[in-house]
Design a protein around this ligand. Structure first.
Ligand code: ATP
Ligand code: MG
Length: 367
């Protein structure tokens, strides 16, 4: 798939912009603070209805404006879609071919993107929250039902935590309502867990050979899910629910004391194991970067295998951070088949052949 053009209105530092793109490589050149990342981000937001760098949508609206809007024309094998996402202080509105979508989960998934930015190193180095966000975003764009489960889970979790807080303050409240929330929570939690296991199994199958390729055959990457309860990936749904139930009984008194839910997908984590060692703890900077890159390249292939089209690749400031071997490995992998957007402050770091075929877009102060 590829995005043919984009229109921005009051988006970040753009007041009004219309740009058309090449279906292969687009290079966005500009000095610092001109709007390169903002432009890439707008493409990401058009696809995911969410930014890769903030969860506060208001930041996307141009200073002093009341709303911001992104529109784009997406070409896929089977159709052309006009996508529109408007952000105002009241919330987000998403339209496909001018028809408003009732739920964002109906909107997300039509346009697939993979973003690779310097902060993706946090995927390996950062907190568990970063890794859960990665899982949720990537899984969400290939499995809309996952997004639905996740939002239901979040809703019950908030209610349950609220109730636990109340119980913390008043020890006389009995467990009846808490038990109702627990059952609802584990229903959604178990489905989320199962989906995550399935997704990671596929991701691992793609990532391992890619990682081997980038590390010149020297490294083996394994992805491990670290659940907050004792489950394993081959358990079926009813078994997972059973295990959740048992764990919830065990932690009940502690949860009442702490006033919060202590187990569940919102507490789980991932580990990336390179040659039998956790790369977060033991990996060099270069190994951590390679791991993040392998995961992103694996995502491209995984999306292709799931939706039968290559996603759009967004590379923010990353080419210059990779050594020559990794840069050419990356470019060879995507060559010709993936619409790619690359930002850079200077074209010096970019391979000549790539540049020759690319469309260059110069950004100065949001223009
Ligand atoms: P760098 O090379 O440093 O990464 P960049 O070209 O990627 O720079 P951007 O991150 O796109 O720069 O930001 C460009 C400018 O947009 C920044 O100066 C920032 O202050 C401004 N900006 C960010 N959010 C908004 C907003 N909501 N309204 C107006 N301007 C904004
Ligand atoms: Mg930038």
């Amino acid at each position: 798939m590829f995005i043919q053009d984009i229109r921005l209105t009051n988006y970040r530092n753009y007041d009004s912009l219309h740009l058309s793109f090449e279906d292969k490589v687009n290079v966005i050149i500009g000095e610092n603070a001109q709007g390169k990342t903002n432009l890439l981000e707008s493409i990401f937001v058009l696809a995911m209805a969410k930014s890769h760098r903030t969860s506060n949508d208001k930041e996307l609206i141009r200073f002093q404006a009341d709303y911001g809007k992104i529109e784009g024309t997406l070409h896929t094998k089977n159709s052309n879609l006009h996508l529109q996402l408007a952000v105002s202080k009241k919330g987000k509105k998403a339209k496909i071919n001018h028809l408003e979508q009732q739920k964002l989960s109906q909107y997300i998934g039509h346009m697939n993107v993979v973003m690779f930015a310097p902060e993706d190193l946090n995927l390996v180095k950062g907190s568990p929250q970063v890794r859960r966000r990665f899982l949720d975003m990537e899984l969400g764009q290939i499995a809309p039902v996952y997004l639905y489960e996740l939002s239901q889970y979040q809703k019950v979790l908030t209610q349950r935590n609220h109730y636990l807080k109340k119980m913390q303050g008043d020890r006389k409240i009995d467990d009846t309502m808490l038990d109702v929330f627990t059952i609802q929570l584990l229903e959604h939690g178990a489905k989320i867990l199962k989906k995550r296991y399935e997704f990671l199994y596929l991701l691992q199958n793609w990532a391992e050979p890619i990682h081997k390729g980038i590390s010149r055959g020297l490294e083996t990457l394994k992805i491990q899910y670290k659940p907050s309860i004792h489950v394993c990936e081959n358990m079926d749904l009813s078994k997972i629910k059973e295990v959740y139930y048992e764990h919830f009984q065990e932690v009940k008194e502690r949860e009442k004391m702490r006033g919060t839910t202590l187990i569940g997908p919102h507490r789980d984590d991932l580990a990336f194991i390179v040659n039998d060692r956790d790369v977060q703890t033991y990996g060099s900077q270069g190994q951590q970067r390679t791991t993040a890159l392998s995961l992103k390249l694996a995502e491209i292939e995984l999306i292709k295998s799931e939706v039968n089209e290559y996603p759009i690749l967004l590379l923010d400031d990353v080419l210059s951070e990779l050594d020559d071997y990794r840069q050419s490995h990356l470019l060879n992998t995507i060559q010709g088949k993936v619409q790619t957007f690359v930002t850079t402050t200077s074209v010096d770091g970019i391979d000549h052949e790539t540049l020759r075929q690319a469309k260059s877009i110069r950004v100065t102060d949001g223009k």
